[in-house]
Design a binder for this molecule. Structure first.
Ligand SMILES: [Zn+2]
Length: 351
């Protein structure tokens, strides 16, 4: 147990007066940096290279994230069983929470505990439901011990699994954020995003919505429908990839101009040509917020530049804005008086 003082204002107070930004996507970013293995995607980095996790939390906060989400995604019992390291379960979770707590406290942001899809849920098998509940209870318990300000349950593909997660979060007394990862055809149980979110909202979730899987273009219309269907706060945390009708999720993207990727699709390690630029994420945030969607962020693939752009689009000026682009002093394209006219002239070749 820690005696951490809860952040003030808390999640719900912040949402009452404006948007809340939550950076996600730690798995992809730390995989790219060489500290997580794609495939199992287990965040052992919190034990093996904690300094890298501190660093990324701080980069996202510097860029405008209001939430420091403990990096326990896929750090649950089932994932650790798959890689044969169940003994790391508790130290991994406690370490992740302590790292996130330190960054949240030094920056005045919110500490979020995190639970997610268990990958054991089978609709007709009640034993798996009880096991999933047990997994949520142990992780939420550690988050409560660490003094979390809120709990995020994310990337669910079964409505009923998300309802169990919500139930466990509610029992902890912490504000709840529940988000679904929506495939092209809906969730695994056949529910569409609106129906699933409505059920969670009816069950009392504080924030419901979507995260992961879909890029801005294919997430936005669904979230607008969710916004119209529920009364609680709504979340939208897309992946920063250019998904399209016909390729609604990043798992479906296929780079036909490349023939050297190890699998047929581009997911998860060859998505580079589909990355959205920062301005696209800024536009997404602006459009979502003006429609009443006030819990915004980015999932797998997010970089700090995306988060900063989102923050600026919402009228913020996070510390990283000090380094936002100013092309007036560019050597060729600059307009500043200090740029020699000769070079400005050369710069015309870029126009
Ligand atoms: Zn994701």
């Amino acid at each position: 147990m820690t005696n951490r003082t809860l952040a003030s204002p808390g999640l719900l107070e912040r949402l009452a007066v404006g948007p809340v930004i939550c950076a996600e996507g730690y798995l992809f970013e730390l995989e790219r940096r060489g500290y997580i293995q794609a495939g199992a995607f287990v965040p052992e980095v919190v034990l093996e290279h904690p300094e890298k996790v501190y660093e990324l939390h701080r980069e996202f906060v510097h860029a405008g994230s209001d939430v420091v989400e403990a990096f326990t995604y896929y750090g649950h019992r089932e994932k650790l069983r798959v890689i044969g390291k169940e003994e790391l379960l508790e130290p991994l979770n406690r370490n992740a929470l302590n790292i996130a707590a330190e960054v949240a406290d030094e920056s005045g942001t919110l500490l979020a505990g995190n639970i997610c899809n268990t990958n054991i849920w089978v609709p007709e098998d009640k034993n798996t439901h009880a096991a999933a509940r047990g997994m949520f209870e142990e992780q939420v318990g550690w988050a409560v011990d660490a003094g979390a300000d809120m709990i995020i349950g994310e990337t669910f593909c079964w409505t009923d699994e998300a309802l169990v997660a919500l139930d466990v979060i509610q029992a902890s007394g912490k504000p709840s954020v529940i988000t679904f990862a929506l495939d092209a055809d809906g969730l695994h149980d056949g529910a569409d995003g609106v129906t699933a979110c409505k059920r969670l909202a009816d069950a009392g979730a504080d924030v419901v919505g979507l995260n992961c899987s879909r890029g801005p273009a294919t997430m936005l219309p669904v979230v607008l429908d969710i916004r119209a269907a529920v009364d609680c706060h709504v979340a939208a945390l897309p992946v920063p990839y250019r998904t399209t009708p016909g390729h609604e999720t990043f798992q479906l993207l296929e780079d036909t101009s490349c023939c050297c990727t190890p699998s047929t699709g581009s997911f998860p390690t060859a998505l580079d040509p589909f990355v959205c630029n920062r301005y696209e994420l800024g536009e997404f945030a602006k459009e979502m917020f003006s429609a009443g969607v006030n819990y915004l962020g980015i999932c797998c693939g997010a970089g700090p530049h995306h988060i900063r752009s989102m923050a600026e689009a919402l009228g913020r000026r996070p510390p990283a804005s000090r380094y936002s682009p100013d092309m007036s002093k560019h050597a060729y394209q600059g307009t500043d008086d200090n740029i020699p006219d000769y070079y400005k002239k050369l710069g015309e070749m870029y126009e």
